[in-house]
Design a protein around this ligand. Structure first.
Ligand SMILES: Nc1ncnc2c1ncn2[C@@H]1O[C@H](COP(=O)(O)OP(=O)(O)O)[C@@H](O)[C@H]1O
Ligand SMILES: [Mg+2]
Length: 344
């Protein structure tokens, strides 16, 4: 007979393909109603950027059709992003569920470009996203997002981020005006970064993306100490030199005990090469998160302050960034459920 128990039993056979647990024990199934042959419920994913939604949809329908008597299946899709928590780790930022760092060992590989488009892509997929430009060596995020204004005071809450292209952004460039020689060193970087993380009223965020300075600088170190970083995305170009640098970045985050989500290859092309970063990721035992093609629209988007994900939403470049966003969001969910966020 078709009733709630029969439906729940069938749904218990459906696994989240990445979390390897059934969707009922993961508390993804809510508000189940069975009326005659109609089955209706909410399916709450762990991220709105879930790359496996279609697979889950297919598996759910297959399981329910197996019981007999089901004439109509009505799924209300939703998402709740859970927060990173590590026993004894750094203090979480209030309201911020997950901090994701974007890093590279050298400048010029497209770290800021990836950070901006990853953030905007996650926003487009329905997540609440912030972007913190912590790259004191070149705070480019304001230009890339087309924002001039600095931080705004907001009542008792302190400082407010600037909103652009569906995300909230804050830059060290707001507190260090353009053209100012960058003389912040050591503890000064740490305190600037701490201020931007903890004294800014971010509101509720599913993901806070941080554009780190390149290399093993003080800012990277203090970020790792200050923020509970869910995971790091390491950017590399296909070139050998860049891959060697990526290797150093992986080593640094390992030593700091910060989980690594994986390596993304930027500026992949038939002319200049592709696939090198994938091989390096395999060799280093980290995930390969995808390739972003070398394309003039990506550079132009940064120059004019309209990220390619916004300016060319149907392009292959945007598709690559959306896929990256899905991969990163999925890695984040997986780490949370593994219950061992301190290791990879
Ligand atoms: N996939 C890409 N295709 C074309 N140009 C790119 C791509 N990624 C980055 N760029 C360009 O390369 C330059 C360096 O990128 P940027 O993001 O500033 O690097 P980083 O932050 O690592 O120093 C910028 O002019 C940017 O627009
Ligand atoms: Mg940069």
């Amino acid at each position: 007979m078709l009733d709630q128990d029969a439906v729940m039993t069938a749904l218990k056979t459906v696994q989240d393909p990445e979390l390897h647990r059934d969707i009922v024990s993961l508390n993804m199934v809510r508000d189940l109603k069975v009326e005659g042959g109609r089955v209706a419920f909410s399916l709450v994913l762990t991220t709105p950027a879930c790359p496996l939604r279609e697979t889950i949809d297919h598996d759910v329908r297959e399981a329910l059709e197996g019981i007999g008597g089901v004439e109509e299946i009505d799924i209300d899709w939703g998402a709740e992003v859970r927060s990173t928590f590590r026993e004894g780790g750094p203090t979480p930022i209030p309201g911020v569920r997950n901090v994701i760092a974007v890093a590279s060992n050298k400048g010029g590989v497209g770290k800021s470009t990836v950070a901006v488009n990853l953030a905007v892509a996650l926003g487009r997929l329905g997540a609440r996203v912030g972007l913190l430009d912590a790259d004191i060596t070149g705070p480019n995020i304001p230009t890339m997002l087309g924002i001039q204004g600095g931080l705004q005071a907001s009542g008792q809450q302190g400082l407010s981020p600037v909103e652009a292209h569906g995300i909230k952004a804050v830059s060290l460039g707001f507190v260090v005006p353009p053209g100012t020689p960058v003389v912040w060193r050591g503890p000064m970087i740490g305190s600037g970064v701490r201020q931007l993380m903890h004294d800014v009223d971010w509101g509720d965020l599913d993901y806070l993306i941080i554009d780190l300075p390149p290399g093993t600088s003080d800012a990277s170190m203090s970020m790792a100490a200050e923020a509970l970083i869910a995971g790091t995305v390491i950017v590399s170009t296909p070139s050998k030199v860049s891959i060697e640098d990526a290797r150093k970045a992986v080593g640094m985050f390992d030593r700091l005990g910060v989980p690594i989500f994986g390596v993304v290859e930027n500026m992949s092309s038939d002319v200049f090469g592709r696939g090198g970063a994938r091989e390096a990721a395999d060799e280093l035992g980290v995930e390969f998160l995808g390739e972003i093609p070398l394309d003039v629209t990506v550079r132009e988007g940064g120059d004019v302050g309209v990220p390619v994900v916004v300016g060319h939403p149907e392009s292959p470049q945007t598709a690559a960034f959306i896929e990256l966003a899905e991969q990163v969001a999925a890695r984040c969910s997986v780490l949370q459920f593994a219950g061992e966020a301190g290791t990879r």
